[in-house]
Design a protein around this ligand. Structure first.
Ligand SMILES: CC(C)(COP(=O)(O)OP(=O)(O)OC[C@H]1O[C@@H](n2cnc3c(N)ncnc32)[C@H](O)[C@@H]1OP(=O)(O)O)[C@@H](O)C(=O)NCCC(=O)NCCS
Length: 295
């Protein structure tokens, strides 16, 4: 059976230091997923923790890639060294030759050697990853009525990218997790990129608490996507600052820090959340990964 190296391709790892390599990955992801990750260049470039694994042809075209990156999380109050996996794609003419299998094996071996306790990914194709120990974790959002009493709160300021990028980045670097049950503790690039990709996402800054709230209005339902700051205000304070009067609240993360709770409701998106590692067994209550960290 032909080995990946037999196809006249060059294997490259950790190649983002070479601007041509990064541009070749941007082109691959544009061609396969129609997304423009070069938007990150205005915020300082790709995640420096990224470890891309790729195959390139003689013309410098990236024909296949799979990347790992650091995405520390908290599970039941315990910090967990976790890796995310993303940017998995093979150009159509190169598929079915084992390139992706080779890149997955390399990436998982690398994260094992780096002693990551947990692997995380979002995919439409869970069967691809099951042979490597990944299993699907059901996601739940939390739905309920808004708090009946709201505190006095000055109106939140609206933020926008790219103009407010530095202020948002500084909060993302100092953030506390939005939930102690399960949330990301540090991740910046995906928050910025997801904001750029989805024009319906609103960012509002509560001055008193110094937090940025990522949210959407879906009819009369307030969808809370993430809260970024050094402490998490109550849901009542957030709603008071946003100056909205929703009939319903749906939070896209567990509500243990919000001084409010909603009914856990199965969330069915285009992708499923998968995890690899024994520590995933510690997740026994409903969780959801904030859509702002989607990757
Ligand atoms: C999915 C994709 C990356 C596979 O690339 P590839 O180089 O053809 O895959 P390989 O030839 O290395 O096959 C690897 C394994 O995955 C399996 N596989 C391939 N495509 C699959 C699919 N769509 N669903 C489930 N399994 C699949 C193969 O049967 C093979 O299994 P084996 O190791 O047991 O033999 C490629 O089709 C692609 O880029 N698709 C569009 C983007 C995408 O879906 N990316 C994944 C994002 S999570």
């Amino acid at each position: 059976m032909a080995e990946p190296g037999d196809h006249g391709l060059s294997f490259r790892q950790d190649y983002f230091g070479d601007p041509a390599g990064w541009t070749a990955l941007v082109d691959l992801l544009q061609d396969i997923f129609s997304i423009d990750v070069s938007l990150l260049d205005q915020f300082g470039g790709p995640d420096p923790s990224s470890m891309p694994f790729g195959y390139f042809n003689d013309a410098g075209v990236c024909v296949a890639n799979f990347s790992a990156f650091s995405m520390p999380v908290v599970i039941n109050g315990r910090p967990v060294k976790a890796a995310g996996f993303q940017s998995g794609a093979v150009r159509p003419e190169w598929r079915g030759r084992g390139l992706y299998r080779d890149l997955m094996r390399r990436a998982f071996a690398w994260t094992d050697a780096q002693r990551f306790e947990l692997g995380l990914l979002l995919t439409e194709k869970p069967a691809l990853y099951e042979p490597y120990g990944f299993r699907t974790i059901a996601q739940h959002c939390f739905v309920g009525e808004p708090p009946s009493v709201l505190p006095e709160q000055p109106p939140a300021a609206t933020l926008a990218l790219p103009g407010d990028g530095e202020a948002i980045k500084s909060l993302l670097l100092r953030r506390t997790p939005v939930s102690q049950r399960f949330a990301v503790t540090k991740q910046m690039e995906m928050f910025l990129l997801n904001t750029c990709f989805d024009p319906d996402i609103r960012l509002s800054r509560l001055a008193k608490e110094d937090v940025v709230v990522a949210w959407k209005l879906d009819g009369s339902c307030l969808r809370l996507l993430d809260v970024v700051g050094q402490s998490i205000p109550s849901l009542a304070s957030i709603i008071a600052g946003l100056r909205v009067a929703p009939d319903r609240i749906a939070t896209c993360f567990p509500t243990d820090l919000l001084d409010w709770t909603g009914a856990a409701t199965l969330y069915q998106g285009y992708t499923v959340l998968m995890m690899r590692g024994a520590v995933a067994d510690d997740i026994t209550e409903p969780v959801m990964l904030s859509p702002m960290t989607e990757f």
